[in-house]
Design a protein around this ligand. Structure first.
Ligand code: ATP
Ligand code: MG
Length: 160
């Protein structure tokens, strides 16, 4: 794994992405929101699997593409949205997105870039890009003071 700068990391396998997400999960507090973007197949769901593991969820996380939302009950519940099939923010609002993102679980939204205007001000934006072969470039963009602080924690990234 190469570290290009503190907010930017390259993983070389699915396992490394899982491990990275598991470490991010340790920073999560109830009410946190994480928006994940990136082309089809870049590893968004893989990242959510790692988050779930890090949160102590033993259920297998699968892509919610056809149902938009999957809820994983846990000490900190996980609300896993995938809005690939939605076009307009009101469609997500209509299914009660705000009730989830302002609740005490963690809200994770694949293709969150499509719903930017609905996202709480404080959130972590994670951007996936294909790199060479099996590599993925994963960029963390913190929004709000709390995520800025958490992402500044370089020990997290250096310890991977
Ligand atoms: N470095 C890597 N990190 C994550 N996944 C990787 C990596 N290298 C290869 N892969 C593979 O890429 C695929 C990622 O699939 P995943 O479902 O997580 O993508 P996704 O971004 O959620 O796709 P979709 O847009 O369809 O929701 C998996 O098959 C995984 O094994
Ligand atoms: Mg996915």
């Amino acid at each position: 794994m190469d570290i290009h700068n503190k907010n930017f990391i390259i993983t070389t396998s699915e396992k490394e992405t899982l491990n990275l997400a598991e470490k991010i999960a340790k920073l999560i507090k109830p009410g946190d929101v994480i928006s994940i973007s990136g082309e089809l197949g870049t590893g968004k769901t893989c990242f959510v699997k790692g988050l779930a593991k890090g949160l102590g969820i033993s259920q297998i996380v699968t892509s919610p593409s056809f149902v938009i939302l999957k809820i994983y009950h846990n000490k900190i519940p996980l609300y896993h949205f995938d809005v690939y099939r939605l076009d307009k923010p009101f469609q997500l609002e209509d299914i009660g997105f705000n009730q989830f993102q302002y609740a005490d679980g963690v809200t994770v939204i694949e293709w969150g870039n499509k719903m930017k205007e609905l996202l709480a001000f404080d959130h972590l934006q994670v951007k996936f890009d294909y790199y060479e072969n099996k590599k993925r470039k994963i960029k963390f963009i913190p929004h709000g003071e709390s995520w800025v602080k958490k992402i500044k924690n370089l020990n997290l990234i250096n310890s991977i």
